[in-house]
Design a protein around this ligand. Structure first.
Ligand code: BGC
Length: 432
């Protein structure tokens, strides 16, 4: 699978019934920006899918905006459900396989007001939405991502305070994390039941987890090595442990949860960067959180450390433990230098290829993202896209990386010609 990844709130525009809308109105986003019309993809989806087709993408990941489907509690909006049917049908007509995410960070306003995933009936409420969406769209979709990046969602909203609901509580962070594990397991079961009941055929269900590579600041510093080991365990491994062993990890109470073992068909890997870990008396820290700059390391506009080798190691680790196919559901770079984007893609594909050569079953690569879009608390300041956009006219303006990536998608490979054409210097280094 070759293509790009996106989420509803970041590209659709006019999502006014969710918690992010509220958050933006309260001036919580950088420069007091609001998502507003975003990329206006709610209206321009046909044009965007046409562009993907012309760029030889064969897969695209979207998310369903729960707050559009269930604007008020328990009332499903048929017009919006039909909208998503039209979107997916159009995608398929153009030869693009849909991967559909059910929860990508935004909550309907009414659910957020109740406490979101901390509410005692959260699982039941989310499951009702899943059952409805899958019943209505299941005949068109094979690949489902239940939850996007539980760690990012829980820590930004309940610890870092920079996403809604803007809380700071370890207890709540862990509770939301644990709840989302169950939400995934319930959704998996529901999707399988709905497919069975309606004869929808095959379904592949996974969740998308953010992975970060953690390295110690110095091999000579025992304490920074311990911090890296802690993060590698807590951030990367804890969350898929139940799917390998059927037991909850220590932080979630070591309970036996045998159904987890049967609740994943593929792992969605979102990988962007590496964190360099330091130890300080004020607690555990990593360079990502401290935003330290180490001039020797390549950084993105987000100040993330570029480290393709991390993806190679993580692909191998996840596959060794889980033994399930992996789809790279997100990988991308925010930069004003499109040459850096070409180099980033090339090196991450090289890392993926080497992992595959070592036996890892990688089924697809989805670049984040097709078009520069609304980057949550950073507003419109982080251009991840292969395509730029004029915010007044919504005109799409492909960058050179779009043509480069299109060539890769067309042949499913990176050739010397491509490297010579687009990225001679980088290519020669990695293609031997
Ligand atoms: C998220 C996206 C986000 C991207 C870049 C991921 O954490 O799933 O919504 O835009 O990374 O930060």
């Amino acid at each position: 699978m070759w293509g790009t990844s996106s989420s509803a709130h970041q590209v659709e525009g006019q999502n006014i019934f969710n918690d992010w809308y509220e958050w933006e109105q309260r001036g919580k986003v950088l420069n007091r920006q609001v998502s507003g019309d975003a990329c206006n993809q709610y209206n321009l989806y046909k044009q965007d899918f046409e562009m993907m087709k012309s760029m030889h993408h064969n897969t695209h990941r979207i998310s369903i905006e729960w707050s559009r489907i269930e604007q008020t509690e328990g009332h499903f909006n048929n017009y919006e459900i039909k909208h998503y049917r039209r979107v997916i049908e159009d995608m398929k007509k153009k030869g693009i396989r849909p991967i559909v995410t059910l929860f990508h960070f935004t909550l309907p306003h009414w659910f957020a007001k109740k406490g979101g995933f901390l509410h005692k009936d959260a699982r039941k409420i989310f499951n009702r939405y899943v059952e409805k969406v899958v019943t209505e769209l299941g005949d068109l979709v094979e690949y489902w991502v239940t939850v996007n990046e539980p760690y990012v969602y829980a820590t930004f909203g309940y610890w870092e305070k920079n996403w809604p609901p803007g809380k700071r509580s370890i207890r709540k962070t862990l509770k939301v994390l644990k709840e989302l594990l169950y939400v995934h397991i319930d959704s998996y079961k529901t999707i399988k039941e709905v497919y069975e009941r309606n004869n929808f055929g095959e379904s592949q269900v996974g969740f998308a987890k953010s992975f970060i590579w953690f390295d110690p600041y110095s091999q000579k510093s025992l304490m920074s090595k311990l911090v890296a080991v802690f993060y590698r365990y807590f951030y990367n491994k804890v969350y898929f442990k139940p799917f390998c062993t059927g037991r909850m990890p220590l932080v979630f109470g070591l309970k036996s949860i045998p159904e987890a073992k049967k609740s994943i068909d593929f792992m969605g890997m979102n990988y962007y960067f590496k964190c360099t870990c330091h130890f300080s008396l004020f607690g555990l820290s990593s360079s990502q959180m401290q935003q330290q700059t180490e001039p020797k390391d390549e950084r993105t506009l987000f100040n993330w450390e570029v480290y393709p080798e991390g993806m190679y190691h993580l692909l191998k680790l996840v596959y060794r433990k889980l033994k399930k196919p992996i789809i790279i559901t997100e990988n991308g770079i925010s930069t004003l230098d499109d040459g850096q984007r070409i180099s980033y893609i090339l090196r991450h594909l090289d890392a993926t290829y080497r992992a595959m050569e070592d036996g890892v079953d990688v089924r697809g690569y989805l670049y984040w993202s097709l078009i520069d879009n609304f980057e949550w608390s950073e507003g419109y300041t982080q251009p991840f896209g292969l395509v730029a956009m004029n915010h007044r006219t919504f005109q799409r303006i492909p960058k050179p990386s779009a043509a480069f990536y299109a060539d890769i998608c067309k042949s499913g490979s990176v050739t010397d010609d491509m490297v010579n054409k687009y990225a001679k210097e980088v290519g020669n280094r990695i293609l031997k």
